[in-house]
Ligand binder design. Sequence first.
Ligand code: ATP
Ligand code: MG
Length: 351
Amino acid sequence: MKTRIEQVRSTLADILKPEQVPEIKESEGRITVSVVTDVPMGQKPGFAEEVKRRVGTLDGVKEVFVAFQAPAQADAPQGPAPLEGVKRILAVGSGKGGVGKSTVAVNLAAALVRKGLKIGLLDADIHGPSAAIMTGTRNHRAAADEQRRVIPANAHGLKVISIAFLTPPGQQAVVWRGPLVGRMVTQLLTNVAWGELDLLVVDLPPGTGDAVLSLAQTVPLSGALVVTTPQDVALLDVEKAVEMFQSVRVPVTGVIENMAGFVCPECGHETHIFLQGAGEKAAKKFNLPLLGSFPIDTSITPSGDEGTPIVFSQPDGAPAKAFAACADKMMARLDELASASAGTVNLTWDA
Ligand SMILES: Nc1ncnc2c1ncn2[C@@H]1O[C@H](COP(=O)(O)OP(=O)(O)OP(=O)(O)O)[C@@H](O)[C@H]1O
Ligand SMILES: [Mg+2]
């Protein structure tokens, strides 16, 4: 009798060559099929559903996940180059603006600094340097080291670089066109004296586009976080963000739900303004872990506006604890992705 794994292989045999299915994992009726393909998933609608449909009809299969992998290319052009001394780079993005990317990026970075790690924060939002404002480094003026690399600002031990440092005082970030944004992001990454870092967190500008592309072309990214708000309609934005990272072959580390409820500043009671569990639903839909869920907390905005992230200003408060727990999960997931990928990039997608 065929084993379950053999049955999965046979049912996929006429749509996938054996070498395209390098791995099938099974755990309590939950099957994960790795599929190697160089076709961007957006251009192959229905493919994952077909794999799931076929495997799902096998006896004893409760759930099916499809993990796409990009093929290893022997003749691939010179890819992104690592930054010397920087162990990992993580991008924080979303499908739309204003969901709390900068708040999450800054506070996760701060939580990791509090754990004793060496962390950098790159504010790649050319149009509105919120991360610089939130870390109190807005008025920092860039100085260069002897190798003419920009020295990052120091915010409570967090190394911060922002486009704001390179803009003359009083001058607002101009409206820059795409290619210039890309070049600026590359400069901000590579021309900086980062020193030794365990992790460099990149706070992306809203939406899809040039900054992400330049980032992925310049350096190898260990992962990306997708931040979302909890409404059902935000699923579309999560999908957009996941697709954006997939299109540049960056593994998505997980989903973070922000503004998931309201904490009353008087009594501490949490009210769920939107549907509960929307973040969980979004994460499940894309076969990604939900790494954190943060309620609206009135102490977060003033803390950011005053230039001290809440993790530093109120280290014993509930938000700081929640960010610390999320940071732990995120680092564990980065470790997991690093050991799983071993040379290839894993793109997970659950139709
Ligand atoms: N959980 C929260 N509780 C209270 N306020 C929050 C929370 N998350 C974010 N905010 C506030 O919401 C506003 C928008 O957040 P933030 O700037 O982090 O969003 P963003 O996604 O980075 O925006 P953009 O797309 O413009 O870069 C800020 O004033 C921030 O202080
Ligand atoms: Mg922002």
